[in-house]
Design a protein around this ligand. Sequence first.
Ligand SMILES: NC(=O)c1ccc[n+]([C@@H]2O[C@H](COP(=O)([O-])OP(=O)(O)OC[C@H]3O[C@@H](n4cnc5c(N)ncnc54)[C@H](O)[C@@H]3O)[C@@H](O)[C@H]2O)c1
Length: 317
Amino acid sequence: MTTRAFITGAGGQVGVDLIAALRERGCEVHGSDIADRPSTVDASVRWHKVDVTDAAAVRRAIQSARPDVVYHLAAILSSGGEEKPQLCYLVNQTGTWNVLEACREEKVPRVAFASTIAAFGPGLPDPVPNEVPMRPRTMYGVTKVAGELLGEYYTARGWTDFRSVRFPGLISAGKPGQGTSDYALYMYTDGIKFGRYEAFCRPDSKIPFMYMPDAIDGLIGVAEAPRERLGKRCTYNIQGFSPLASEFAEVVAAAVPGVKITFKPVEWRQAILDSWPRSLDDTVARADWDWCPKYGLDAMTKDIIPKIREKLARGEL
Ligand SMILES: NC(=O)c1ccc[n+]([C@@H]2O[C@H](COP(=O)([O-])OP(=O)(O)OC[C@H]3O[C@@H](n4cnc5c(N)ncnc54)[C@H](O)[C@@H]3O)[C@@H](O)[C@H]2O)c1
């Protein structure tokens, strides 16, 4: 059971919800990010303004927090990474190395890492099994495969105990980073806010998605699983639901009367989507640490719409 957690990229879409979930479980939480503390994060959470590309600063922050577990989330996401591949390499590859080195030097027992479906390339079976050749087409994917492998290496050397989940596209009542799965979230947020949204993908696009409460459960679940149950394995597929983009549009249109969702594919973003899995096989995570998501598309839609309306009313979206 975690008592003290340190989170990198804590101000992002996943980070703010992870902070809230860990606090609810009674953990002491240290947030860190290159950005200031978001207004939605409780002032009692200690905030370290740290750039993960600065190895000395990462080490100092981890040294002062003395965590039982580091959740390493800081990253440049898939679309942002294709626009700025050099920055993506620096933050995701060098940043992950810096975090792992700081954990080795400061003897942090566990590291939990957010990997992604983008770690896979095209031409794989559907659903994609846990263990397949990893041939991603984006800089983001390349750096995430490298992060998975580095973590396995550190675990094998006994330098820390690394675990990671490959997240599908994540949907929450929050602001997305610069991901390529964001079209689904914007159907909800822009649909409610403006009554319309033009998606940057084809209607027949299909990749896996997950509602954020399940994603947070998955990340904490893998972080807290007993090592005896995982054996030597460090990285797990986790699957939510895999609707077509057109099915998302239909569900949003049914739940938000009058909304108009249209499609205007952007070639380079569509190419990224077409290189990703349509669904993941997560039987290994189910067997090893009892992974079991709670939300499907309809349950998520029912839950998220009032939350988005509340956040819009408070000016948080
Ligand atoms: N959101 C998704 O759909 C999704 C899907 C798969 C995997 N993931 C992974 O989950 C993790 C969290 O993603 P997110 O959706 O919260 O992304 P996000 O873009 O919302 O948050 C990333 C955070 O990292 C911070 N950051 C960027 N550069 C930094 C640097 N140099 N030093 C320190 N912090 C820096 C940003 O300020 C931001 O707060 C990432 O590792 C991402 O790859 C996300």
